[in-house]
Write a protein that binds this ligand. Sequence first.
Ligand code: DMJ
Length: 616
Amino acid sequence: MIGAVRKWIAKKTDSGSSLLPLYKDKPNGPHRSNINTHRSTLLKMLFKGFVCSIALYVIFYWYTTRNDTQFKFKGPGEFDGKDWSKAQTEVKDVMLESWHYYEKYGWGSDEFHPIGEKGRTMGKKPMGWIIVDSIDTLMLMDAKEEVARARTWIKDELDYKFHIEVNVFETTIRMLGGLLAAFSLSNDDLYLDKAVQLGNGLLGGFHSPTGLAYSSVNLLTGEGLRNHVDNGASSTAEVSTLQLEFKYLSKLTGETTFWEHVEKAMAVLDAQNPVDGLVPVYVRPDNGKFQGNYIRLGSRGDSYYEYLLKQYLQTNNQEKAYWEMYRESVAGVKKRLVKKSTPNGLTFIGELPNGLNGQFSNKMDHLVCFYGGLLALGATNGMPLEEARKSDFWNEELEDDFNLGQELTYTCYKMYHDVVPTGLSPEIVVFNTDGQSKDDFYIKTLDKHNLQRPETVESLFILYRLTGDVKYRKMGYEIFRNFVKYTRYVNKNGDATYTCLLDVTSKNGLKDSTESFWFAETLKYLYLLFDDTNKLPLDKYVFNTEAHAFPKFDLTDTLKTGWTRKKHEKESNGSDTKKPEVKVDKKHPPEAQKVNEPLEKQVEKLAKQYPKILKD
Ligand code: DMJ
């Protein structure tokens, strides 16, 4: 009898005929495998069945007597500026409108083109790029039906064991991050099981001689693949923005291998002894050396700085190495990259295209706008500002970080507010510092697009949480309204959605693409900005770079920092410092070793392998 009940319960689980796998020490998960638990589960299920049939009857009654069941977003403007829960509802309405459109015209696709009303998958089968990246936002918004449909899709369609080459970083932050956050919010093993499958598939990407991740990996064969361009180098941000996800996966499963794979990168990068904590934006997985000397907090550099702080926060401030590295980088940013524009003295972060001794560039990507929130978060450790100011750890440096974070975020807001006619930020601006121009920044023709990116509203959310100052909500609401006004698209059937813009300086510049981070990040941060209930508190959760929130946890005997910082001389004049050797694994797959060949040889080989890309 017991056997029969066990079989019956097993059948009801998502993995088919057997019980879900038990992970070695799954401290945060529900405990299974006890038959008594199964008996009470059975009773609970019968009771639930009874409740469900009553609920179904009520729904049926409501459905047949309703006047209008069609979802209609009435547009913003209903919000009276007093009750912020109304602004929050508007964000949810936009999410649902956008989501329903995707469900209708692109369901299951990885890329979505709302104007063409079609989607595309990245490989022969879908990766869940949009669904997995968005499901935790839907959960947070309590969109039950949408979550149920997304869950069914994940259960029935999603499988990461197939022949596909994926970018290690993007797949980690969006897919692994999305699944882990969905698990954290729901405690539903389906998401953790998929995360484990994906995590295992991605591990091959780390099998380089240094342990730094290659740009891509084949999920089926586990073969790591060098970047097809940039001489095979990976972006520095890519190799250093995998740690939160894999470490949390280790925490949930008790499998230390995920942790060990990702933390190697931190030791390798630190061994290069970055001057003033600033790193060039390319690094070579084959020898661990930086490639070129372009330094910026925008594309390819950004989340290196973000994960220094967030790794420290994730493990409840127990890994001091990351705090030290973060502090060094903040000092470097202040010293080398922060400037004021003219005429209005907006604080901005520029770039060093030719390294520390080269000329300063006044260019700033919208991507850099995450940094204001990061500085504020790092200063208070996720506590409200006033509380932090009273704490023992508070000092002038942290006060200065917080102020800089506020100033930068104001600049980012101005990158929206000052743009006519849309009030939406372009992808990149260039600040004026010569005192000649009447505007603080200008936009180059190729940089006029807007991808509905999250970084500014992310910083506004953090600053609101930490200060309680309503001005941050007001700025966010203005940006939200402009998104609604200028990125909304209604098709011939009267269905509406939101899409990217080709040109923020024009009223008619829609671009036929909706990015998954519109759902995963931009709308989530806006929703949280208007939230009065402190959902996902900043002292208990850490958000990955794609806005997927993971609970913080303590180190254990097995999950701990597996490396120590080498004592290295700090030189701040930009001259070459003596760099410690990076450990290169000689036993490594012969394919990976070949990179020590002269550059011309590598280029020649790549030209044969990828003639089109190199020609272009
Ligand atoms: C996201 O995928 C992540 O935030 C990443 O770190 C940077 N860019 C996009 C959003 O702009």
